[in-house]
Design a protein around this ligand. Sequence first.
Ligand code: PMP
Length: 390
Amino acid sequence: MSRLERKTYLSEKVEQLEPSGIRRFFDLASSMENVISLGVGEPDFVTPWSFIEASYHSLEQGYTAYTANAGMIELRHSISQYLEESYNVTYDPENEIIVTVGASQAIDLALRAIVNPGEEVIVVDPSFVSYAPAVSLNGGVPIKIQTTAEFDFKLQPEQIEQAITPRTKAIILCSPNNPTGTVLEGEELNQIASVIEKHDLIVLSDEIYAELTYEEEYTSFASVEKMEERTILISGFSKAFAMTGWRLGFAAGPPGIMEAMLKIHQYTMMCAPTMAQFAALEALKNGKKNVNDMKKSYEQRRNYVVNALNEMGLTCSLPGGAFYVFPSIKRTGLSSGAFAEQLLQQERVAVVPGDVFGESGEGHIRCSYATSIKQLEEAMLRINRFVESI
Ligand code: PMP
């Protein structure tokens, strides 16, 4: 079968989808030696041993079958308790929480459950690379709102007003944001909430980095007045619990929407991996110190990297959360893509060009500081040498 013929078998939606700009870059980086990667969005820590052990024990005891579709009830109880204690939001473990295969599946399930063909979903630009493709794959139309460094990449309520049409169904919020680390707080959340209520939108609130906030106490969007009834809270264990490979996340929300999501989940996924659910249960029951230790370490690294980048003229404000900094590289006169490519070739440091997260990321790069201080120090030396050489 020729390549052309095969193409006719593919769905138009898939054909129109561009591959992720991150992947191309990392294929190149992985073919080189002595590369320091500030590229990947995952913790450098191995999953804490006690979480691994809990999973081992579950296997030893023969827990190798499916769980309930929505996830083990003990885990849903723990998630409910965790959300209440940490973020002051209340969810019934029986019908308002679904354990998913990563936050990624929760995002996809939520969109599948609510989007009709042609309906619009507002996505902040720059943001996590999967949102817009996930909207398109589910028949929706992603509408981007450009944010800028001038406002710390914070979404302005009037921008939402301007983006709304009769077809707007939902908005995806992410705080702390990937790639900027921006955290939305207090009055900012209230103002966004009032636009959302006025226009009767549903909110997908991706709070996967909520544990990793360094300044203020974290406010869940679902805890903002009148928002719980229209918010699908999405989170998971990948980031703060150092469990990316376990593929475990969850969604919490109004029972009507959760019931619809569960219907899709039971046909398409059955349930999240059982052994990973046991690890997550241990993480929630006894993992607070592990999470706090990792968080302290990220905070130190953040402070170091932000200082170092600002000193070399790659300006960035102090991001309130996640493990990314998003400095401006405008003073070099290079595009984000050219900067990242030349830095990799010349100094063997991998960063992600800002434009892969959306147009308004152009002129910036994303550096992940989820790597050791020693590696970060070497990376900063190399980046400085590169900037000086331009
Ligand atoms: N949301 C955001 C903002 C992310 O950065 C990521 C991972 N890069 C995810 C969701 C996906 O997380 P998970 O591993 O739980 O699927």
